[in-house]
Ligand binder design. Sequence first.
Ligand code: NDP
Length: 475
Amino acid sequence: MATHRDKKLAEERKHQSMQNGTKASQGQWGRAWEVDWFSLASILFLLMFAPLIVYYFIMSCAQYQCSVTAPLLDLLTGNKHLSDIWNRTPMLTSRAAGIYSLWVAFQVVLYMSIPDFCHKFLPGYVGGVQEGAVTPAGVVNKYQINGLQAWLITHVLWFANASFLHFFSPTIIFDNWIPLLWCANILGYVVSTFAMIKGYFFPTNAQDCKFTGNFFYDYMMGIEFNPRIGKWFDFKLFFNGRPGIVAWTLINLSFAAKQQELHGEVTNSMILVNILQGIYVLDFFWNEAWYLKTIDICHDHFGWYLGWGDCVWLPYLYTLQGLYLVYHPVQLCPAHALGVLVLGLLGYYIFRATNHQKDLFRRTNGNCRIWGKRPEYIECSYSSVGGTRYHSKLLTSGFWGWARHFNYTGDLMGSLAYCLACGFEHLLPYFYITYMAILLTHRCLRDEHRCRSKYGKDWERYTAAVPYRLLPGVF
Ligand code: NDP
């Protein structure tokens, strides 16, 4: 599949990167240099089926009251043909195209034109210009961290409109949900294709590009590490953080407004989903500077996986619970509602506290207190391509002594709480916990593979000291 030119380019880039005197080994970052058949098969599967999966879920709500089995049964028994389902699907409309273009343009303006002012008056908040981690080529990018401000301005305007301006109905997102899906897909494909072309012809930093020579793999996993337009428009930060995640809470609010319109009330389950997911989104923006040090930004290249995923997968599938509750307004008994709230808040606490412990430990180089005590850790070292030796530390106390990825465990508990808020009548709301369990388990394995090759024997000592990944005593 790889052309001779692609292979030659891959070799040239690899050689260039190696010669660049990078601060750490290229092999330690991001996606692979070479593609094995399993990765290729998974990628082809996702490229073909991920858009269909999103369509299937959204269509099953619009046409089958969120039953995921009913459309399949209809098709298998010959009751309906694909064309029947397709013919009942709303198409792209000029109204949806207008709303979507305005939305993305507004987020671009907020991102590019209003430097952060929140850090000037919010104690403890880190915003403004911040540095990311060192890239494989040894570059340290600067980022304008103003996501919290963008989120606040957007939501103030939303509530102002809903309360007294009345320019549009708060149900606008729900009412255009499928036409907006086509717009999100167009943006997702355009941005991923643009990123691919840019990687080949005008990369922001040629030393930070990876070419495997396999078109599909490069398209999916990305070529450029940090594609930018100009000095500040960073694709990864913008698409990861803005149109999708800012929209997440607005989408839930629109679903709540639709529930009110259709059923005359907003149920406690809808309120719980809005609150718990709202906390998660706000946490993301409050910690946006920390986010620069997570795997998405530090290790992943920008391709279809991030570009299309942030435009389509995230806003459409992470909000399935709210969508479901419009069709099935579940009113939970107090004990059930309290259970969901406690699980959600406990999950969030574990997620945040675990991430905070690692962040504090790494920032202070171990000169801190974890649960009131000096942290315990394993000293480790690794080599760069040029043979330079670097030192690092792996925390083995606090939540990091319980399991190697207890932050993921907290995330999974929170995810389960959103699903449980929807009751037990249908499978569709449980897609989220299933997906997160697969995503985070795969992420554990991917991250550990990388860490093992980075730290070698020191990683073995660490896994002996902290033997479990997610659940102490189980896995
Ligand atoms: P982590 O924040 O766990 O970062 C992993 C890295 O931390 C490793 O590669 C290693 O990097 C370092 N590390 C590993 N163990 C230790 C240790 N014991 N002490 C110190 N450093 C250590 O992973 P992510 O970036 O994937 O996740 C960040 C958060 O984002 C998580 O809470 C996760 O749940 C959440 N998330 C949510 C998603 C969603 O869609 N909702 C998707 C993905 C993540 P090094 O090379 O520096 O040693």
